[in-house]
Design a protein around this ligand. Structure first.
Ligand SMILES: Nc1nc2c(c(=O)[nH]1)N[C@H]1C(S)=C(S)[C@@H](COP(=O)(O)O)O[C@H]1N2
Ligand SMILES: [Mo]
Length: 379
């Protein structure tokens, strides 16, 4: 299919393109509002429509995709090496990983650039609005179990992660990330084999990828091939230039040299309204506001809704288990007469961090967590 046809045929062809190669059923189990919003096709950057953020688990079929380069060939026989500063290197295939103890946990995967389009002034990069996030149940092997088998040497302090995808030109830096040893040993850091109970889809890193609950998506390396134990943080573009935040607040629009920035890790408290949709029409009477709230740093303590532009706030009901790095669904009802209705959501986490009305600007537009407001018509 040529690129133009591909764009014109829209969602269904796209689902086939992303998931067909992975051999997943194309008959998506849960019918929904619509499928992906295409940010770009080469590489695949696909956003989840906001209406899907009304439930605890995001179906894999509409779970956002963010890839820096082309998706590598699907290789179910890919090997994972645990190497570097270890007593004994490991070389594992999918069947080896499947025989080790499996752990399941539910966590948000959110791109650091989610909400970039909302920063003022605008910053370059994929213009995500709300759709570069999702929640799934991730199942796999604790990275800690693998590292303990390999036996890190004294002085080992970081773990470098590499995937099978490579840039088209050798001059373009490849996607290399490292995480501190303490985070690698955290019991929630998994080599993931399954997502929402099914084998990991190709677009999401099959046959295995990392999960780092609470931390931004860039740490969740897909198509994982190498875990290298080392003494220092990795170098290169994706550590020294990208994924850094200013240490101190900066003037919006300011140029900030990388050395005045520090690698970003956990995402701040945030909430997003799924329904009513912006510009939609609802019948007069009880209005239902639903969405999700989460923080990478602490469990959600409360979600408040304002229907008068932020003057007064009332608490929404929460559903689902509370925990750092995992989202809960919030629901709120109020009576509205005919005319314009507006709701604003604001979440607070257990560390008492609360969403600001506007997120703090930074040069790459990371971690937008300003209040989400929607306006609709009551008829
Ligand atoms: N190998 C590899 N891993 C990767 C990436 C990538 O381009 N290559 N993108 C990262 C980024 S920036 C994000 S936000 C998440 C997105 O995961 P998803 O596509 O499964 O939603 O994968 C991360 N892991
Ligand atoms: Mo990302």
């Amino acid at each position: 299919m040529r690129r133009r046809e591909f764009l014109e045929t829209g969602g269904l062809a796209l689902l086939g393109g992303v998931f067909g190669r992975a051999g997943l059923a194309s008959g998506a189990s849960s019918a929904g509002p619509h499928s992906f919003l295409v940010q770009s096709l080469h590489p695949e950057n696909l956003a989840t429509p906001v209406e899907w953020f009304d439930r605890l688990l995001t179906p894999a079929e509409v779970f956002f995709v963010r890839s820096h380069f082309g998706t590598p060939a699907l290789d179910r026989r890919r090997r994972l090496r645990v190497e570097g500063s270890v007593g004994r290197s490991l070389d594992l295939g999918l069947s080896d990983l499947e025989t080790l103890p499996q752990v399941s946990l539910t966590a948000v995967l959110q791109c650091a650039g989610n909400g970039r389009a909302l920063h003022e002034p605008r910053v370059p990069g994929v213009q995500w609005v709300h759709g570069a996030m999702g929640q799934a149940t991730w199942t796999g092997v604790r990275l800690r179990d693998l590292l303990e088998r390999a036996g890190p040497m004294p002085g080992a302090a970081h773990v470098e992660l590499r995937g099978a995808d490579l840039p088209a030109k050798p001059a373009v830096p490849s996607f290399v990330r490292s995480i501190p040893m303490a985070r690698a040993m955290d019991p929630t850091t998994l080599v993931v084999l399954r997502m929402n109970g099914a084998p990991l889809a190709h677009a999401h890193g099959a046959p295995f990828r990392l999960s780092v609950p609470g931390w931004a998506g860039n740490h969740w390396v897909k198509w994982l091939t190498s875990v290298r134990v080392q003494e220092s943080e990795s170098q290169g573009f994706y550590m020294e230039t990208a994924y850094r935040l200013p240490r101190e607040p900066v003037e919006p629009g300011a140029a900030v040299p990388p050395e005045q920035m520090t690698p970003l890790t956990s995402f701040p408290v945030k909430s997003v309204i799924a329904r009513p949709g912006e510009g939609s029409r609802r019948r007069a009477g009880t209005q239902h506001v639903v969405g999700v709230a989460f923080s990478g740093e602490a469990p959600i303590a409360e979600v408040e809704i304002s229907t008068d532009g932020g003057t007064t706030w009332r608490e929404a009901a929460l559903e689902g288990d509370a925990g750092a790095g995992r989202w809960q669904v919030f629901r709120f009802r109020f009576e509205a007469p005919r005319g314009r209705a507006r709701a604003v959501a604001r979440a607070t986490d257990a560390s008492r961090a609360s969403q600001p009305s506007h997120a703090r600007w930074n040069p790459s537009g990371y971690f937008w967590n300003g209040w989400h407001a929607v306006e609709w018509e009551v008829v």
